[in-house]
Design a protein around this ligand. Sequence first.
Ligand SMILES: [Zn+2]
Length: 328
Amino acid sequence: MAFEALDVHHPIQAQLKSKRLRYREPENPIKWPYEKLLREQSKTRRVYPINPYAEVYQFRENVYAIFTESLDGAGNPWIYLILGSEKAMLIDTGFGVGDLKGLVNEITGGLPLVVVNTHAHSDHALGDFQFDEVYCHEYEVLNLEKIKTPHAWDRLFDAYGNCIYTEFDRADLIGYHDFKITGVPDGTLFHLGGGVDIELMFLPGHATGMCGFLDKQNKILFAGDYTHAYGTSPDHPYARYCTVTAMRNALVNIVARRDEIDFVYPGHGPLDQPNIVLVNLLETVEKVLENPENYDIKEETVKGGKKKITYGKMIFQSSYFKYCMESL
Ligand SMILES: [Zn+2]
């Protein structure tokens, strides 16, 4: 099936300033009902006047999940905020529409902020331009440098300047601003004060330097986008980490430490997933590596004008793990 513009058939009642018009893939049977229930019925939902593009949900005493709509036709990305006694940490920054920095300051009461990216894809990192310094895994620095351009949002508009997938006010884009990128290794600890320690856990595959962040106190792993590994250009100096094999190796380490993780919060989709999802994912990834031809679905996608065949293997009680034959 080719990814083409699909109209939104099952709208969700919401008060955001953005409005999804089209998807690039069919509505997801797991994410869509989860979002509908959460967004229409959660008692913690709050939209602050300072940023009408974001719904703020409180999931723990010191953990907030900020929902924004995708602007490029794919799944809606999550942004997370963890508060310590001395600092707060912002995990990912979304598409860069609306005042995220102002919103976060309101929630934290102005605590100093550490901004980190799970990976450098535009649905997670274009909001970085509002900040002076952003941390990521050391193998993701190059990717983040690449999206750091005043043209970062061009692909969201057609030749007439109209929004293609999601309607929003162009004047609300945060605009380009240079910022410092600091790459750090696997295992780096961030101390937010009051015993709130966050560990960077290398989890490559979806991107060369993708990583999760483990909130040790709440036992939550903020895991990024761990269900796709489509590969990257073979010229990338860390291309070998944008593979299913690299993901498997990292997952073996993470699954071995799963008594430290009660819940997984992904980059998209349902939160508070039990840690068994990591075991099920590892099992699926192992099966793919054993016999990549034994897939459950095959899809044809067009990316940058180029045709690409992707494959999907069902993750037990979840969605598909997607890969390419070139990304094993
Ligand atoms: Zn994403």
